[in-house]
Ligand binder design. Structure first.
Ligand code: HEM
Length: 405
């Protein structure tokens, strides 16, 4: 815990700290690598002292931007910007220094420089801000070469992409426990980018990664499925291998694919529970594979019941499994959205996937699913964007320094 990078002054006192500690059991592992900050425990009586309200925050420094491995946040806003024609390498460097200051302030609960609503910067919101660059930010005039294995996701047969949710030269992946704090951070970051870049799209979603007793849980998408069970776990060698770029100027960074996926809840609801479970290969109540007994069990792709495969040939968890994809893995984060549109209420998932090598990890898995996946009947990608996530930075350093300095 003391190396979790989650600095906290327990305004709830020891009891609150214990609960936060349980939640950070995930965070502790996930934040490995971000600069460790000793945990401070404040006795309950100290809550009357306003300094005890400093709240817990996630340290912004370290070899990786901490928002990638941080536990799935309750609120996520993904924001894409387009660079203005005149934004060259020097200007990008200026923007990155400005954003670094914003990240260092806002994530620690302090107003950003020149903040017009400083009261909205609050600690204890688990705020993380992760910055990345899209295809248009590369080239000799700008960031130079992208990391090896970076590229755009090729068109998929099932895609119905809309311009308004697709592409972008820069990304801000802003996540936290509270929508007001997240919205305020986005507003500041976009305002500070105005001399360099304009807003392209902005999408928001929510995730409940906390169980009824406050314990960390995997969370569910709007089909009701437990979603994220087979993810590599932050803090493990498998996670590091899957997610982080290891060499060159991009070492410590990663790549991010954001897909906006519409989900047809009305036709999904017409299925029997058995049909719904068959389409993924996992149970709805606890997320356990149909071949196993608990959520963390790996699925058994060979298991049969008589002649029949227990995990169907077109089940989503079979098609996306490393066993069918040459051992390839990705790290997924979801954010559920519901939006009132001209054509009625639309529901879906802001699906984010982090991987060291976008073209060799994400794309082949996505292609396998595009070829055959039972879920294709109820899910449609309507937006898609690829970004390279900048390496982390240390105190005194800045975002993108290894690429722009
Ligand atoms: C709305 C769309 C989607 C839904 C509802 C969905 C749902 C699920 C569910 C319920 C699971 C099983 C539990 C788990 O391991 O997380 C799963 C697993 C998985 N999904 Fe998806 N998914 C969607 C889109 C995608 C996309 C676009 C990709 C990648 C291109 C993907 C890749 C994976 C992978 C890699 C696994 C883990 C397989 C394993 O190792 O067992 N999913 N998904």
């Amino acid at each position: 815990m003391s190396t979790s990078g989650v600095g906290r002054r327990g305004f709830l006192g020891y009891v609150g700290t214990a609960v936060a500690g349980a939640a950070a059991g995930v965070g502790g592992a996930t934040l490995a690598g971000s600069s460790g900050r000793a945990e401070e425990q404040v006795p309950a009586g100290d809550a009357a002292d306003s300094s005890a309200w400093a709240g817990r925050t996630i340290a912004p420094h370290g070899p990786h931007q901490p928002g990638v491995a941080a536990p799935a946040a309750h609120v996520t806003e993904v924001v894409a910007l387009d660079l203005l024609a005149g934004t060259d390498r020097d200007a990008l460097g200026r923007l990155m220094r400005v954003w670094t200051g914003d990240v260092e302030s806002l994530t620690q609960g302090r107003p950003a420089p020149g903040d017009t609503a400083p009261w909205l910067a609050t600690a204890n919101a688990d705020l993380t801000i992760t910055v990345g660059a899209g295809p248009g930010a590369f080239g000799p005039r700008r960031l130079g070469a992208p990391p090896a294995g970076f590229g755009e996701v090729p068109p998929m047969r099932h895609d119905r992409l809309q311009e308004r949710w697709t592409g972008g030269d820069l990304v801000l992946f802003v996540a936290g426990r509270d929508a007001t704090t997240v919205a305020h951070a986005v507003r500041r970051l976009v305002a500070d980018a105005a001399p360099f870049a304009t807003l392209r799209w902005r999408q928001q979603g929510s995730w409940n990664g906390t169980g009824p007793q406050g314990q960390p849980v995997t969370g569910r998408n709007l089909f009701g499925q437990v979603d994220g069970s087979a993810n590599p776990q932050p803090g493990t060698a498998l996670f590091d291998e899957t997610v982080w770029i290891r060499e060159g100027a991009w070492a410590g960074g990663t790549t991010l694919v954001v897909r906006r996926i519409r989900m047809d809840l009305d036709t999904w609801d017409e299925l029997t529970r058995e049909e719904q479970e068959r389409s993924v290969g996992r149970r709805l109540d606890d997320g356990a594979p149909l071949t196993g007994s608990k959520e963390t069990d790996d699925i058994d792709l060979r298991a049969r019941s008589g002649e029949r495969l227990v995990i169907a040939r077109d089940a989503h968890a079979r098609r996306s499994h490393p066993g069918l994809n040459g051992g390839r893995r990705i790290f997924r984060k979801g954010a559920n959205y519901v939006l009132d549109t001209e054509r009625g209420v639309e529901s879906g998932l802001v699906f984010s996937s982090f991987q060291a090598d976008l073209l060799d990890q994400f794309v082949p898995i996505q292609q396998t699913l595009d070829e055959l996946d039972s879920l294709n009947e109820w899910t449609t990608a309507i937006g898609s964007a690829s970004f390279a996530v900048l390496p982390g930075f240390e105190p005194g350093g800045w975002l993108g320094q290894s690429l722009l300095a």
